[in-house]
Design a protein around this ligand. Sequence first.
Ligand SMILES: N=CN[C@@H](CCC(=O)O)C(=O)O
Ligand SMILES: [Zn+2]
Length: 412
Amino acid sequence: MLITNIKALVGVHPKETYFLRGSELNQLPVLENAWLLLENGLIKDFGPMGSLPSSSAKLETLDAKGRFVFPSWCDSHTHIVFAAPREEEFALKIAGKTYEEIAAAGGGILNSANKLQNATEDELFESASIRLKDMIKQGTGALEIKSGYGLTVESELKMLRVIQRLKAAFPIPIKASLLAAHAYPAEFKEDHQGYINLIINELIPLVAQEKLADYIDAFCEKGFFSLEETALILEAAAKYGLKPKIHANQLSVSGAVQLGIQHQAVSVDHLEETDEEVLTSLSESNTIATLLPSCSFYINIPFANAKGLIEHNAIVALASDYNPGSTPSGNMNFVVSLGCIKLKMTPQQAINAATINGAAAMELSEQVGSIAIGKRANLMITRPMTSLAYLPYSFGQSQIETVILNGEIYHG
Ligand SMILES: N=CN[C@@H](CCC(=O)O)C(=O)O
Ligand SMILES: [Zn+2]
């Protein structure tokens, strides 16, 4: 397929760009008045309209007149496998209860775990598929999905098998993270070591044997998993080649970011709470700081210090955190808008953070995240727009008209 008359081809980074750090995030290369050739599911070539090869006349052509072409969003942090939404907690939140208060009163993650334990694999696959189709229509072309609402060996495996089925059924790259350390199940409330032993001695070996996860994750936070407990789990997972991507500093400055860095985490995610030490620890580190502004928006917690992280030369990514409790939305367009409006990122920084750096946070930069020859043709074509900034500016309205996955128009 040949796409012609593209007003601007966005994110034409050099092919070898793996991630963008600090001020590099300001560079979002754009080719104006361009054509783009897709072949065998990949980006074959692109260039300015003046250089359109004459042989292209025979090709199936899509005229993009006035529209922008972006690489698909790369959403590196989601929890889209869940049994039921939690809108009953919405009323409590509106009435002023905090995330921690709702969780302590038996809501939160344990509420989702009870529901998931009673759901079948087929039911979970069906409901997650509906969510994923919606996300794809909103421009997501690669994502990570976590377990963590099972909290028993059987139910964590059930979640990961659902993710494995999603990997096979959907035409986009998907990575899976084992997040059994999401909350202590009620029966282990007073026996943390018992649950950790279960994760280390039973779950991780089974997950590794069936190759059900790409990463290990933990909710390292006061009231959830301590630094020491998280470290035990990360060390056990490392023996099976599972790298960490961890939930860090969502509710407090806990040391979780530094712990992640020590364990060569691919990413440390959330970071709503930071201090100078946290910012400094991420300078020069290859651990990616993944920020989740839709979570801050929904549960009214501080927005992460994206500007400080960028000034400290960190690698910053943006992701949705789609889950039934703290972020009931997987809309990456809204995430990018919040990146600009609340995190004070420029449109260029926010778009880079949600594409190439999101890809890096899933170790997928060689395949997706920018427009480069040989990468997967996972793209979105906007409505006619006046400028690139119109996309985050027009928050809450989708500017995406056409989604292309592996070189073909996605009809869902
Ligand atoms: N913080 C931990 N996990 C999720 C929320 C999970 C839930 O409330 O169900 C998050 O990333 O925000
Ligand atoms: Zn999360």
